[in-house]
Design a protein around this ligand. Sequence first.
Ligand code: TPP
Ligand code: MG
Length: 917
Amino acid sequence: MLNLEPYPLNLQSRPTSQRLAGAVQPASTPPGASDYSLVNSLEGVIEVALRNFGPEQAGLLRNDLISRLRAAGRAAAQPVNTPYINTIPPAAEPPYPGNRDLERRIKSLARWNAMAMVVNAQRDGAEVGGHISSYASMATLYEVAYNHFFRGGDKQWPADLVYFQGHTAPGNYARAFLEYRLEERDLHNFRRELAEGGGLSSYPHPYLMPDFWQFPTVSMGLGPILSIYQARFARYLKARGLLKTEEEPRVWAFVGDGESDEPETLGALTLAAREGLDNLTWVVNCNLQRLDGPVRGNGKIIQELEGIFHGAGWNVIKVIWGSSWDELFARDEWGLLQKRMDEALDGDFQKYTVAPGSYIRRHFFGKYPGLLRLVDHLSDNDLTRLVRGGHDPVKVYAAYKAAVEHKGGPTAILAKTIKGYGLGEAGEGRNISHQQKKMNEKELREFRARFDVPISDEDIVDTPFFRPARASRETKYLLERRRKLGGFVPKRQVKAAPLQTPRLEAFQELLKGSGAGEASTTKSFVRLLSVLARDPAMGRLVVPIIPDEARTFGMDPLFSQIGIYSSKGQLYEPVDKEAGFSFYRETKDGQILEEGITEAGSMASFVAAGTAYANHGVNLIPFYIYYSMFGPQRVGDLFWLAGDSRTKGFLLGATSGRTTLNGEGLQHQDGHSPLAASTIPTLCVYDPAFAYEVAAIVCDGMKRMFEDGEEIFYYLCLYNEGYPQPPMPPGCGEGIIKGLYKFQPGPGGKAHKAHILGSGSIIRSALRAQEILAARYDVSADVWSATSYKNLRNEALLAERWNMLHPAQPPRKPFVRQLLEAETGPFLAVSDYMKIVPDQIAKWVPGGLTTLGTDGFGRSETRANLRRFFENDAECAVLGVLHALAQRGAIPRDLVAQAIRDLNIDPEKAFPKIAAF
Ligand SMILES: Cc1ncc(C[n+]2csc(CCOP(=O)(O)OP(=O)(O)O)c2C)c(N)n1
Ligand SMILES: [Mg+2]
């Protein structure tokens, strides 16, 4: 869905002859006569095409010209840029619907209060930071939307989903204050969340302000990509009949121009165009600066972005110049103003912000005599007041209206603004602007005067907050506007009704074991998903998300069972139509989100689905299954964000385990994802060994999240090694969930006792070691399944902390200690992950813990060789137990030496963790 005609408005706005003349002719003399007639004939053709056939046909004409140039062997660039001018000409601007005067006053107060919050936050030695300049440049872009566009959720329509630029949060708080949603105390406690009565979080964090913020955006790039997948997710819900309202919500994303350098920002643009997401509007605040300096000092960020958005198929609306320029453009007979606009660099424009009018006259207008004459009637002071488009409500309103009315695809509004607008010498357009947090008295007075804030000379040094009375015209106006638009924004509300989730018995197939047959935990999970998808009540709420890896995990039968979502259905005949179960079935109401090779995009879908209980009023159960190596390691910040967003659902790191995934080598073999996942506070991390454990964990998770309403999510390691799956032993349910239970006691009648903790498929090393120890070394080893070291550790930490804080009360005993304290003999843990994963509980294991794990880079090898290399195979587990027994003096050291020989272990073998110490 490429946009075929980026030019027409410019063609209409100025004759070709003049534009070309501007390009070749520095002064106001007309170009040479022969060129002139040629140019005129070209112009005539274009005019005729436009008049008779419309812009689309005119676009075809242009394409034809390009084809002919190419055929003639001439290089012809595909135009993706339009001149540096507003996309919407003044004549096409709609009348402004609001009270400009009142809106300006409201906006000025929002500006003041936002600034005051940050300035106050630095007082009294607190120095807790904050940003003034980002919101200062964004204020008009927000206020026009607050007064005329953002829809709240109090009416019959769905609330807009708005991704606010993270650093502008003070502006959102200031707005909420004017709306009487927040009080002065809240503003005083900006960035003081531990203050009495709570405070306001630095940035949008739903975890910290769950009734206010919906979307965390402050990690640059994540808001933009989330917004695209959110808009697509609304379409998915609609197609599947899961939207609560007839209408779909509009998604807005406010993006920084510097933020556009993040790969996540621009990486999914084509999806939005391909899916025709006209429910999505981006507003890129092009203040030309980021933190350190200009975004493109030597270029033009707006032009660069326009090219990218156009190329990706977006509708682009440039809002460059405010109304005060309209008159100059109207008189720009020879296109010189346009030419100068096109050639001046962002670095120049930034300089014009801080320079006096005389500099602007000399440097910008003075380049061409004809251009200089254009501003003869304006004083130097007037020149500094030629406002940029993003600060002009009329231009912004026109752009928003055009964006929300645009059909067929997403719109990007590229709005030119000034960073730190209104701060004057305190930071307007300065390179230090982003970091400016303090204002001296003089600067405060200037700010007050510029925005006409009614604060007295005596009070100004205290930077007080100011809010008009409830009965004032301003308050009444803004509340009335919000009422008409359906209530406050942002607002997070959990409306979804709890689900009745299935009990464990529903998954008999996994509980009864596989008999002599073999199954991996991945295969077992896929069975579970397939059973769940058939559940009459829950089935349709399941959202499987896959980044082009379904076949790897044996999930292709789900293609035909529940279909792959495609907004277009399936317009072609799939090559594997005859393949029965597993043909690639795309359908308009398909359930699977097959995202292609994008872990970031898949996580964005996971978050959209896992927060639907709050953002769309419907409890959905996402299962995102992927190559575990490309999980928290690849897109860890999105995992973190999922926690912040209070996402619910299941993450399934398949092909887990450094030695279980054989052959694939260093980049694929994951020996650390549970560790990375453990860093996320609301993520429950499990490493199940058997099918019934997978079923028990998923069942319990569904109950906790969707029946009991806990805002947590799950990470499960899934392996691809097939082995006979045992039936669920009685009485192990609680242990599975808490993190540890005795799976198989060792045989009686042996001289020595020991314990081996195993998890995931590597529990098989423990079970085989149990046999060897009993048969050859007179040791009875109990094998335990450690399903969650994170759970065990957290529970123990909680108990310890309680004991520290309650010295006079009987101490609590951590679960893991309760479980193990009566046991005799040493403990060994064997894992397919780094040793630090089991070591998490070492402190509470009686007599300490010997650990075998997989520290180091993976290798391409067979499972057996990998396990010997990383020293977590059965023989190494035997050695570990014997070593521990010898250390306690239970057996002679010679026996250990003998075992090393018997078990064929090379004591001089390389240490797999070749690390720099
Ligand atoms: C991933 C990430 N990297 C770095 C930062 C630190 N940071 C915060 S704001 C900022 C500059 C933002 O510039 P821009 O996107 O142009 O927004 P503006 O404030 O100019 O509106 C930087 C580097 C961050 N928040 N997130
Ligand atoms: Mg910027």
